[in-house]
Design a protein around this ligand. Sequence first.
Ligand code: SF4
Length: 259
Amino acid sequence: MNSVVFARTAFLPSPACGRGAGGEGTATRIVNDCRDRYYSTVSTQEPSVVVNEVYASIQGESSYAGLPCVFVRLTGCNLRCIYCDTEYAFYDGERRTVTNVADQVRGLGIALVEITGGEPLLQKDCVVLAQRLLNSGLTVLIETSGALAIDTLPPGVIRIMDIKCPSSSESGKMDWSNIDHLTSRDEVKFVIGNRDDYEWARQVIKQHDLPRKCSILISTVFGSVPPKDVAGWMLEDKLPARFQLQMHKYIWDPKDRGV
Ligand code: SF4
């Protein structure tokens, strides 16, 4: 597995956002904006992001599933889904300049890149990173929960919006105005944990006329509802959506990181 994972260093979120406190040296910049709320150790005014890991793998989800892809996982998340499999990205990360991250991505020589998290849109310079990667001629995906505004992203970015179903415990955080900003290039995803989630997703799809707006993905919470049940419900309803499994969890051990 050709994976490149950067060493992680602990960092402290801003006390203004309610998560502890820490001392700061002369090179430390406190970012009070809660959309980018970490102590910075980068001593330059260059755009920068806190990065949990960068690695090459096979894209496991979305319409791009199966393709080689570089993943840039940014640190921090404003949600706490009960099935979250990337809790390690909540706090651990290293602040790096956008230039440094973009150089690493280009160096991996893969045409597809996904910016993910955590919730990447918590960091305002995520937008700068996305634009920099687009300028390099890469196809840029971003996976976001839909709880933060997506219209800040450059139009060339393909937004994959993971609309949280009730069993995640975070469906109430959705910013529904994001639906208005989706285009035919974008995708929405529903991760189904049980029959109630499925019926909720079906209602959201109908209510917001999603098939006319973008692609729709349906997947399951890994290890919960049997995939064949969800596939059967979709067939019964002739749901205009693409069923998907998290391919990387079948290629590698589901608990593996950096894949
Ligand atoms: S939005 Fe993603 S990273 Fe954040 S808690 Fe939910 S599953 Fe985990």
